[in-house]
Each structure stands twice: as C-alpha cells, then as structure tokens.
Design a protein around this ligand. Sequence first.
Ligand code: URA
Length: 259
Amino acid sequence: MESALDYQTAGALLEWQHELGVTDAIGDAPIDRYALPDAAPWLQKKQAPASAKAVTPAPEQQEDPVKVAEEAARRAETLEGLRAAMGAFELCELKKGARNLVFCDGVAGARVMIIGEAPGRDEDREGRPFVGRAGQLLDRMLAAVNLSREASVYITNVLPWRPPQNRDPKSEEIAMMQPFLRRHVELAAPDFIVLMGNISCQAVLGRRGITRLRGNWAEAYGRPVLPMCHPAYLLRQPIAKREAWADLLSLQAKLKGAS
Ligand code: URA
C-alpha cells in the first residue's frame, strides 16, 4: 500500500504509541485507516475513483460462512487436512487479528480430547492451545490423574484464533467454526471428551451454566462428554478445585471402565 508517511515518521509514531503503553490492537479486524477519509485527510486526494472501490455484495450474493465451513470441514480427511482447511478459511474476522492458527496439541488418537474455549495471548503467540497460566494448571490437573498432553490427551479449542482482548467469542463466530470442531472430533476419534468452561458447553451441548453442568456426563458427537470448570476460572476461584478434582476422578473411572 502506498503511504503518505515516510518510514521514519511511521516508526516514530509507532514508538510514540508504544511509549504511551499501547500493547495490542483492540479491533476485531484490522482497520485500513488510510481508507477512512476523515481519519486521513492528507490522503483524500489520493483516493481511488468510486468505480475502483470494493463493492459489498448484495445479501443474496454473500457467502454463508456456516455453509462454507461445513463444506471445507467435510472435505478434510485427515487432521492435517483439517488444519489446512481451517487455515484457508477466510470468513471469520478473528483470523485477521490473530498471529497464529491454534489447532491442537497433544496426542492425536488419544482416548481423551479436551475442548477449551479460544486461544489467549500466549497461545496466539505460540500457536498451541493451553500454554499460558491456565494451561499450566491444566497440565498439573491432568498429571494428578496420570494423564498428560505428551502421552494421553489431545487438546483443541472451539475457536482457533484469539478474540481481541480475550473477549468472549460471539455466537456467530462459534456457529461458523462449529463444523470444523465437529469434524475435528470425528477425525481425532476420542473415547471421551472434556469440555472446559461455558463457551465449550455452548458450542458442543448448546447450553451454558457450567456450575450446574459440571461433573454431569452428557453425550455429544456420539461420545460421552464431561463438562468441567475452566482452569482459568479455577485460578480465580481456587475453592472450585475440589469439584474439579471430583470431575477428574470421574474421568479416570471412565477410562478404567469402572462407570
Ligand atoms: N483458554 C482456553 O480455553 N484455551 C486455550 O488455549 C487457552 C486458554
């Protein structure tokens, strides 16, 4: 893009913002400020003629993101194929603000699949789910029942891209990524699924209310599903760790075929 700012001025402006404490972009999608006439008056003369401007397609011509996702997910025949299909999916605005696609971690084919909510800052940076503080707690919780992402658990999230400022995912974002999640479960084929937190319960069970749902086995995608409190919640409410422990024991019993 041609810019009215020279390299040094742009660098100085960036440095100034950094000194003011700016650390993150806060919009859902990058904004082309040069395309906003009011925000960039010095560029007004250079704007493209109206005929060259992008035209928003009429509603009937716009793609339905859920249908596009369904088709892309259906075509994926392997986990790697699914990762590529998600990476090529352009209809979720979150992708534009994220550094990395966060697809999975752990052992493909493990008996336990954990579904979290969405990447945070650390996960966005590393491209792996649950690597921040909540993830470290998750690792300790798993270790307490002899499970680990290195040996026995497969991990993913409802959304593969970080929402800005870690805001809750919107229902339309969940809806358009749902087909990929369903296919992810089919391809990973776990025996048991653990849903971490409300967003995962909403996406998979269509229900929220984790304090009531937690600990109660349900069924989704033809598999037993256990809702649990999210590790980030446990960091804020350590008192809830007692119930999380009970839930982990329930998972362990299922794995041993005891209930
Ligand atoms: N919280 C989640 O739900 N998922 C992650 O990957 C990190 C934090």
